[in-house]
Design a protein around this ligand. Structure first.
Ligand code: IPE
Ligand code: IPE
Ligand code: MG
Length: 252
């Protein structure tokens, strides 16, 4: 509780870990600037934080962790920074894939693959293929991802099916469209965390976030750790989820 008040009384359900946590890992640049370091160093330290947070999420009983690692709009950054971010992704997969696999982590990737360099596409596919039978924990990497683009792509595929006479337009409802998103079998996030104080979604999981609880933390991503994750989960546990109804539900 941020105001220092006594915690609200909770029933036993409310201490349940969220099943799916999604994180907007923001503030690498500000972390670096505050220390007189280049932005690239902030991104490098951000990957270190990520490594620890993936482990912590498993320890805290979370089943799915989605991380926003590169947005469709991040292409507007200087080419040198984009190069740094892609180099870190390459290094992360090269160095960490084997460990993730032996830890029972399934890696999924959402976002646009077309237009990426072929070695990156190959690495993303390799990560998914190698880990596809793991079921202890799922790490969803949102890379070259934008929610509007994801929804537009789903609409395009549905429109093609209608044009081909395979589908009746009137039969398309929210569930149908949801099934055409990038990872339709992954449950919606229960909790979305954004670091670094910004309070916006920045084109992240806008469809899936319909009933997610949002927690904004002031610390920059490289400083985010297990204790910070536990803090966000505690905040989540105080929320009443009603899903449009009258009776509060907790957990997933
Ligand atoms: C998050 O940190 C990493 C990416 C968006 C890829 P930023 O690079 O956005 O850091 P700030 O927001 O400039 O501090
Ligand atoms: C969102 O952060 C994207 C990622 C964390 C990958 P940004 O730093 O790009 O978002 P804005 O520009 O502040 O909204
Ligand atoms: Mg940012």
């Amino acid at each position: 509780m941020s105001n220092g008040a006594m915690p609200l009384p909770t029933d036993s359900d409310r201490t349940e870990a969220p099943r799916h946590v999604a994180i907007i890992m923001d503030g690498n640049g500000r972390w670096a600037a505050a220390r007189g370091l280049p932005r690239a160093e902030g991104h490098r330290r951000g990957v270190e934080a990520l490594r620890k947070v993936v482990r912590a999420a498993g320890e805290l009983g979370i089943s799915y962790l989605t991380i926003f690692s590169f947005s469709s709009e991040n292409w507007t950054r200087p080419a040198s920074e984009i190069g740094d971010l892609f180099a870190l992704l390459r290094r992360f997969i090269r160095n960490d894939l084997a460990t993730l696999h032996s830890d029972g982590v399934r890696v999924r990737v959402i976002g646009e693959r077309g237009g990426l360099e072929s070695d990156i596409t190959a690495m993303l596919t390799e990560a998914e293929e190698l880990t596809r039978n793991n079921n202890r924990f799922t790490l969803v990497v949102a890379f070259n991802y934008g929610s509007r683009q994801e929804i537009a792509h789903a609409a395009q595929r549905l429109a093609q099916e209608v044009a081909a006479g395979k589908r009746d337009a009137a039969s398309i409802d929210a569930d149908t469209l949801g099934n055409y998103l990038d990872a339709p079998d992954v449950p919606d996030p229960d909790l979305i965390i954004r670091t670094s104080g910004e309070q916006r979604l920045s084109n992240f999981l806008m469809w899936q976030a319909a009933y997610s609880e949002l927690v904004f933390v002031p610390i920059h991503w490289p400083d985010f750790d297990k204790a910070a994750l536990e803090g966000a989960i505690k905040e989540y546990a105080t929320r009443e989820r009603r899903f449009g109804g009258l009776v509060a539900k907790t957990g997933s």
